[in-house]
Design a protein around this ligand. Sequence first.
Ligand code: GDP
Length: 341
Amino acid sequence: MSELSLLAGGTGTPKLLSGVRRLLDPETIAVVGNTGDDVEIGGHLVCPDLDTVLFDGGGVLDRERWWGIDGDTTATHDRLQELAAEAGLGPGPRYLPPAAQTSGRRIAQHRRFSGVAEFMKIGDHDRAVHVTRTGLLDEGYSLTEVTRLLADAFGLDISLLPMSDDPVASIVHTDEGPMHFQEFWVARRAEPAVENVEFRGAKRATATSAVREALSAPVIVGPSNPVTSVGPMAALDGLTAALTETPVVAVSPFVGDEAFSGPAPELMRGTGRDASTAGVAEAYPWVDAFVLDEADPTELARPTVRTDTHLGGPEDAERVARVALTALSEVGAEVAVEGER
Ligand code: GDP
């Protein structure tokens, strides 16, 4: 059983993870990955948040972008774009028709795109992971089992768990209509005004038994997008109840009202929250203590510890992880820090 679990999106928590790994035996760490961002493109299931942890654990992540494989080529992707242009087809994203969104592979419901003019940049080696993942799903493996097999292939020493084996699609409702999170972020760079965010399928989706077990350990919510990375997890039946039962510490992805990166501010405002650390705390009533940046002026009614929360590299990550573990111990968790590894 894991000794510590992290809830992860695709940037902030994977950065923090490199520090946590220096302090604890990696085999005792479980990472629960968001799958609301996942999409099916050209028939292949892409799981961006899981893949960042997978590639990082395998030592091949492009750490400039925090997605994709370092040095990967994009021959197939480039040719897909050229071919679409040569055929006179418009640029992506190109959704499959409504009826196709709920037929075919169940895990891909409501997030199915044609491969024409592929709108997400998928490297050639990266694509091999999606082909393998989808092939295994079609052979009858669950996403949890597939992720375990891929983790073995990449030599991961932590346990990587998709939040659910059921489909949950993060749909951003905007002034230009509803669109999947990946269209909103990758294709539109968060330009359309956000009116709401829906986790389609979440009411029928359940957290896996592996996730429920992992959440009986103390939890660190790394600096994540509260809306589209933690939101889909929190929407799963029983998940916030499990978090309420266990000690949880969250690292803010904001310094006051400044986010480090990504579309969290737009998504927070669009869902009626303050785009700030205060808004994050309000979104996480089940968090027992917070790690805030030393320059963050926010005063919270819950225990707070401060450090420089900029995660520029493994040393920063180790320092922030140490502070988060100390905060966990102050709210009743017993996590044995091994010291320098
Ligand atoms: P995804 O890439 O959309 O899956 O994003 P995540 O859920 O991982 O969250 C990204 C969040 O991490 C953003 O809101 C950023 O503000 C935050 N973030 C990125 N880098 C850092 C950092 O170095 N320190 C802190 N505290 N937060 C960060």
